[in-house]
Design a protein around this ligand. Structure first.
Ligand SMILES: Nc1ncnc2c1ncn2[C@@H]1O[C@H](COP(=O)(O)OP(=O)(O)OP(=O)(O)O)[C@@H](O)[C@H]1O
Ligand SMILES: [Mg+2]
Length: 307
């Protein structure tokens, strides 16, 4: 099942001079270390316009660190990162500001400022741009809250008075406040019950369609990965081991992939794919998900706690 096509290797990548306008993110030869600890080593990663790319990998494999470098919150040790065709570590301040406006982020932790109301949280990126007349600001915030399915009556509540699912929605409303083209989501469904999680997946799918977004999400949630992603990037061994549609990635012979995708939960998620994609699955992924043989004795990384 594994194809050379799905492996990201220097041979399969475009040479840097052949810049495609469709490439929204281009990460080349990225190395990142904290002291002696190497997190990324010669990592390659591309995202095209309109894609929903799920980044999966064991806890501590460097998923959040990769995203933080792409949004310039963290500097690479070496290598280049281009976003919208611009090298993020050599752009001038004005271009950097513009690029921030074109990008939204839902952080893994602390999605909201706890001392600000829902309204002020969503308004904050807009206010940062400069003075916006209050009636206009109110309209924009109302629209964003409506887009994420949060009634405006909650606008003056403080984050502590909201449920986990509502906090995530407000976090998304804030991330899309400036109508970005590129949206990063770090563990968007972590901590949500299955129904809220499913609703949230539907919300992302709707926003992706409505706003023509490119989405990069880090997730441990198999159902989210399978139902939303156009490609899955597997982070292991300090690099992106593969980046391809989930039905191809699931067939790659690698211990992490085996454990992650081919356990009972993984098989169940994969078998929910539409028929034409299910046909591409390897045999092991098609084994019965309910009472099938245990394919591995190792725990599924990142899923032990039901995240
Ligand atoms: N500022 C920092 N200083 C030192 N080490 C760091 C720093 N940030 C991250 N690390 C280390 O880098 C590694 C990767 O961390 P990262 O948060 O990117 O992992 P992750 O894949 O997002 O994990 P999780 O799934 O648990 O969120 C970890 O070992 C972490 O301890
Ligand atoms: Mg993380």
């Amino acid at each position: 099942m594994m194809t050379e096509m799905s492996e990201v290797t220097p041979q399969t990548r475009n040479p840097p001079e052949a810049h495609e306008p469709d490439l929204v993110i281009e990460v080349q030869d990225l190395c990142k270390s904290y002291g002696k600890t190497v997190i990324h080593k010669n990592l390659q990663f591309d995202v095209r316009r309109g894609e929903i790319v799920a980044i999966v990998g064991g806890s501590g494999s460097g998923k959040t660190t990769l995203v933080r470098q792409i949004i310039a919150l963290e500097r690479p040790t070496s290598g280049t990162i281009k976003v919208f065709g611009e090298n993020i570590n050599s752009v001038d301040a004005q271009t950097a500001r513009l690029m921030r406006c074109r990008t939204g982020m839902l952080f893994q932790q602390g999605a909201l400022f706890s001392a600000m109301s829902v309204f002020d949280n969503v308004a904050q990126p807009i206010r940062e741009l400069g003075r916006v007349p209050e009636p206009l600001l109110r309209d924009i915030v109302m629209l964003k809250l409506e887009m994420v399915g949060l009634p405006f009556k909650h606008a003056y509540k403080m984050p502590a008075a909201l449920s986990g699912g509502m906090i995530k929605r407000v976090g998304i409303a804030r991330a899309i406040a400036l109508e970005p083209e590129l949206l990063f989501l770090d563990e968007p469904t972590a901590g949500l019950d299955p129904q809220s999680s499913e609703e949230f997946v539907q919300l992302i799918a709707t926003l992706h369609r409505m706003l023509g977004l490119t989405v990069v999400m880090v997730t441990h949630d198999l159902d989210t990965t399978v139902s939303l992603s156009t490609r899955v990037a597997v982070l292991a061994e300090q690099r992106v081991l593969a980046c391809a549609p989930v039905e191809q990635v699931a067939g790659i012979d690698h211990p992490f992939i085996h454990d992650y995708f081919l356990g009972a939960r993984g098989r169940r998620a994969l078998q929910a794919l539409p028929a034409e994609r299910r046909r591409q699955l390897c045999e092991a992924a098609l084994a019965p998900a309910e009472a099938g043989p245990r394919l591995t004795s190792r725990p599924t990384p990142g899923n032990e706690d039901g995240k």
